[in-house]
Design a protein around this ligand. Sequence first.
Ligand code: DOR
Ligand code: ZN
Ligand code: ZN
Length: 429
Amino acid sequence: MNLWIKNGHLLDPANDRNEICDLYVKDGKVACVGSLSSGRIPEEEVTVIDASGKYVMPGFLDLHVHLREPGFEYKETIRTGTAAMAKGGFTAVCPMPNTKPATDCPEMIRRVLEIAEKDSPIHVYPVGAVTKGQMGEEMTDIAGMVKAGAKAISEDGKSVMNAELYREAMREATKADIPVMAHCEDRNMVGKGAMNAGAKAEELGIQGITNAVEDVIVARDILLAKETGARLHLCHCSTEDSVKMIRAAKEDGVKVSGEVCPHHFAMTEDEIPGDDANYKMNPPLRSSTDVEELCLGLADGTMEAISTDHAPHGEEEKKKSIAEAPFGIVGSETAYALTVTHLVKKGYLTPMQLVERMSTNPCRILGVPGGNLAEGMPADITIADMDSEYQIDKNTFLSKGKNTPFDGALVNGRVYYTIVGGNIVYQYK
Ligand code: DOR
Ligand code: ZN
Ligand code: ZN
């Protein structure tokens, strides 16, 4: 499909372009960027998209989602999850390995890719587990998984508590030239904690998760990355000290990057209305001091990526109390608007920086094409505005998961088109 995207506001940090122009897409690639006259492009051969009043951006890459297939298809499938991602403006996604069985060997990576090939409208870059069955005992065949198509390794859902084993995995990942994505949570310290430790948890009579549960593993993993030279990517950073440690480690030359999820910068623990498990995720909603540092870290570039940790669960599971329900909320269909509303509108990020955090940087961190709309690049494109105002309605989600604390929230920013390899895979109607 050839596309003529007319009069949009191009935001392309990779090429330092921030201007109104046209984009011509031919054979799945960006063929021409600039001011196009109808004389040069025969209109009858192209689909014209009027992008006036909207931003045209390189497609977003979500470095962190849970698609649940195989094993938990009642929560989500690769088909429903990627449809939800496309609606959210994402043209690529990294599914985490805590499926059943775990995505922990070359065969499982191939299986995920085969399902994605037939069911997903967007790029799927699978993440392989660090240990077999995510049991924390035996390292997986990292080189084999990479050969099969894994783009990173992670034990997400938990941390590898054995530092020696994790160090060895970092060495293997470095040899294979892939990042290690770390879920930072000390298993021995977390106990039965279900929300942030503090006044709110005490009020609700729920056991707390302190900042140190995250921070001690962030510190450990940074030190392991320093020793091994691994590319360490810290998942869903939620504390003030995570940001400060990443800032210091970068100054120290450690190859570390960090992601922040929209719920962690858009909401504090004070907004939890009561015992409602739609506010339960891991790591938990933190204090306003943490949230402010996360926003500042995103603004100054310490925190390079925004990812969702999209974690769909069944309705019955999330009807349980905070103490008993599983951790996790959905994020793919709210991430862009929450970022616009809480970071761009409040002055933490410019529109160009939003694109860096959601597209350019994630593609660079993962080492995949995308995040770049220069001529000749793949036509993975998101067209959206930052002004439309509406209320989030979970009943409109394409995801099977409706577990969000943002239902009814008033936000700005709507995705109109998601384009992958020149094909329109989502269009707002
Ligand atoms: O909230 C979360 N949900 N955090 C995790 O680390 C795992 C995820 C899940 O798989 O549901
Ligand atoms: Zn995690
Ligand atoms: Zn996760």
